[in-house]
Design a protein around this ligand. Structure first.
Ligand code: ATP
Ligand code: MG
Length: 413
């Protein structure tokens, strides 16, 4: 679990503000859920035989002996909240959330025990248009962030529950005959969660899968049509994708469309955004049947990408425009008020006031790297005047009454 330090938060805020503006351009509304839920919610939604439920949850008993869990993902909580407040039945909802998620994993680059996701969930829309919309929305975000060229869209259809069950039987039959050639994890999954074998990283297992039955051949007619429509819309929008018949998601609740945005810039932790359709989940959690599509992106991985690709605008890390300092101790109390007058005159101007010792103040103020440095002195009549430094050059030497106008000439909001 990490502290996010002050030199990092501007990048987080930059990413969050880009996400918010893209989501609002598509008319999505924010929902905020608690960080803990009853353990049972995650067991019932994510599935008992998944990595998350088997070994990654932070579960504890509260004082009442009730089993609670720090949320490992947001979809289950979102469905729970939607059901509880009547947001789901017979209506179309486009929701998003952001916040920390918790999984007891082996921490490494791009994988942490408290990490952050921005998630999107839509409810009540069964057609492939909404699958396309959430993908278009994510693509627009990559474009806005300048990382579209560094990510690839992988796409697959898992079909209906029945189609998937039929495929599962065929896969298990094929792999059971070759069980000894499978890696250890996959041998175990053969009985617990066979579809997960498809994304095994083991080379020998992958080689076996080359001639295994393919999920695509088992798709039901409706899922096949749904997938074709999605692909057609993406083609028309100019979004390129790779159909990956081995793409299955780790969670039990997906059906039909699944997708991942992956990158080769982050080593092993290459998935920055993952999602799909989960038409069965609302009913599974006790609601009435409600079609749903969503995805979640990993904030830490996206930030690693922005840093690796060096696409963070320089202005993002500059958290103030003006550094304001007094040249003498006597007027120091007055510059706090002067700063407020400047904020009144120039709304949005970010002023940081020097409140410590004044030794070498001119050099110190310029070392802050502020685009504009303002050094204030008083004349014999105790009137304030200032020297404005811009890009390390003194450019104005003027009375207080002219300061705001002079700053507005060089300040770039
Ligand atoms: P992975 O295969 O990398 O374990 P996952 O399938 O478990 O990912 P999801 O549950 O789909 O991941 O979560 C969506 C996104 O959240 C991932 O694509 C990734 O970007 C991010 N994510 C998941 N787990 C972590 C983690 N422990 N630390 C940081 N980011 C994570
Ligand atoms: Mg995982």
């Amino acid at each position: 679990m990490n502290d996010i330090l002050p030199d990092q938060t501007p990048v987080w805020q930059y990413l969050e503000s880009k996400v918010k503006s893209v989501l609002s351009a598509y008319g999505y509304s924010e929902i905020r859920m608690p960080i803990v839920e009853q353990t049972d919610l995650f067991k019932r939604s994510i599935g008992e035989v998944t990595d998350i439920v088997e070994k990654e949850m932070y579960t504890f008993e509260d004082r009442n002996g009730e089993s609670l869990t720090l949320r490992p993902e947001g979809t289950a909580s979102c469905v729970r909240a939607g059901e509880e407040h009547g947001l789901l039945f017979n209506q179309a909802q486009r929701l998003w959330y952001t916040g920390p998620m918790f999984r007891y994993e082996k921490p490494q680059k791009g994988r942490y025990r408290q990490f952050h996701q921005i998630g999107v969930e839509t409810f009540g829309m069964a057609n492939a248009d909404i699958d396309a919309e959430v993908i278009l929305l994510s693509a627009r975000l990559w474009k806005e962030l300048g990382i579209l060229d560094a990510v690839t869209l992988q796409l697959n259809s898992l079909g209906s529950n029945e189609a998937r069950a039929e495929y599962k039987d065929a896969l298990v039959a094929y792999l059971t005959e070759r069980k000894s050639e499978l890696d250890e994890d996959s041998q175990r999954r053969l009985t617990s969660n066979p579809l997960r074998i498809l994304d095994s990283k083991d080379a020998a297992t992958q080689a076996l899968l080359d001639s295994a039955p393919v999920l695509t051949d088992y798709l039901d007619e409706e899922s096949r049509l749904h997938f074709t429509q999605l692909c057609e819309t993406l083609d028309a929008a100019g979004i390129s994708y790779e159909v990956n018949p081995r793409l299955v998601r780790g969670l039990d609740y997906y059906c039909k469309t699944v997708f991942e945005w992956v990158t080769d810039k982050l080593g092993a932790q290459g998935t920055v955004c993952a999602g799909g359709r989960y038409d069965g989940l609302v009913k599974q959690l006790g609601g009435r049947p409600t079609p749903a599509v969503g995805f979640a992106m990993g904030v830490e991985r996206l930030i690693l990408m922005l840093e690796t690709l060096a696409v963070i605008p320089q202005a993002v890390t500059q958290t103030f425009d003006v550094y304001l300092a007094a040249e003498t101790k006597a007027i120091q109390p007055r510059i706090i008020l002067l700063a407020d007058r400047l904020r009144d005159s120039l709304p949005g101007l970010r002023v940081r006031v020097h409140c410590a010792g004044l030794k070498n103040i001119s050099a110190k103020a310029r070392q802050t790297g502020a685009p504009i440095v303002l050094l204030i002195k008083a004349n014999e009549d105790q009137q304030l005047s200032g020297t404005i430094w811009h890009n390390d050059e003194p450019v104005f030497d003027i009375e207080e009454s002219a300061l705001a106008t002079a700053i507005s000439e060089i300040w770039k909001p």
